[in-house]
Design a protein around this ligand. Structure first.
Ligand SMILES: [Zn+2]
Length: 213
């Protein structure tokens, strides 16, 4: 679905398979965020095709973190498409996933701070907790925040996977709650749109879920 002119959300609706939401920024550069599982990539290809985009036209693939339900299909892309994720996360998942799937080489690493791709300016926030090198991508001009599995609509990421930390997750969520966000684009489930709804979501999470962290 189109979120706005240069942003599309492919929300994963099939609950029989664990796969993530994938997002496409279609501006002067085409950026695909969290391509998902490899064997579940065909719905994304179909959605791209509807937009008259082929995978080889994607300029950059970004993984918010290393879990295969977000990252695995990144292996499908070839040069000149670039692949980026956090370095610590890349090292961890390369080790953990060695027997299961090949983590693609990163063309550049996502570190805390500003990131410019073409004419688009982002901020990368390193937000550990769900996984140690999880990043969130903030697009200030459009007040968009891609959260991966840090926060969801009325929920939070699990912390029981390798490198997870409930204390870190709490700190990461508090950081995110201070950003000016109109579109909270989550790694699973429905996204949250509208500044008030986004704030309500953070309040709900802090009031309810923080009791469990
Ligand atoms: Zn995850």
């Amino acid at each position: 679905m189109k979120v706005f002119d240069s942003l599309h959300a492919f929300i994963w609706q099939d609950h029989s398979a664990n796969n993530c939401n994938t997002y496409l920024i279609d501006a002067d550069k085409k950026i695909l965020i969290d391509p998902g599982h490899l064997h579940l990539f065909s719905p994304i290809e179909r959605e791209l095709k509807k937009l008259k985009i082929t995978p080889d036209q994607i300029d950059v693939v970004i993984a918010t973190h290393g879990h295969p339900d977000h990252l695995e299909a990144a292996g499908k892309f070839k040069k000149p498409t670039l692949f980026a994720m956090n370095q610590e996360e890349h090292a961890l998942i390369s080790e953990l996933a060695a027997a299961y799937f090949k983590v693609p080489e990163a063309d550049f690493f996502l570190t805390e701070g500003d990131l410019t791709i073409g004419k688009l300016d982002f901020q990368v926030l390193v937000t550990p907790g769900h996984s140690p090198g999880s990043i969130c991508l903030y697009w200030p001009d459009r007040k968009v925040l891609f959260t991966g599995d840090v926060v969801f609509n009325q929920s939070i990421g699990r912390t029981d996977l390798p490198g997870g930390s409930s204390g870190d997750l709490k700190k990461s969520i508090i950081r995110l709650s201070k950003l000016d966000v109109e579109y909270l684009l989550t790694g699973h489930g429905e996204m949250v749109t509208g500044r008030e709804k986004v704030q309500e979501n953070f309040h709900m999470i802090q009031d309810y879920w923080f009791n469990y962290l």
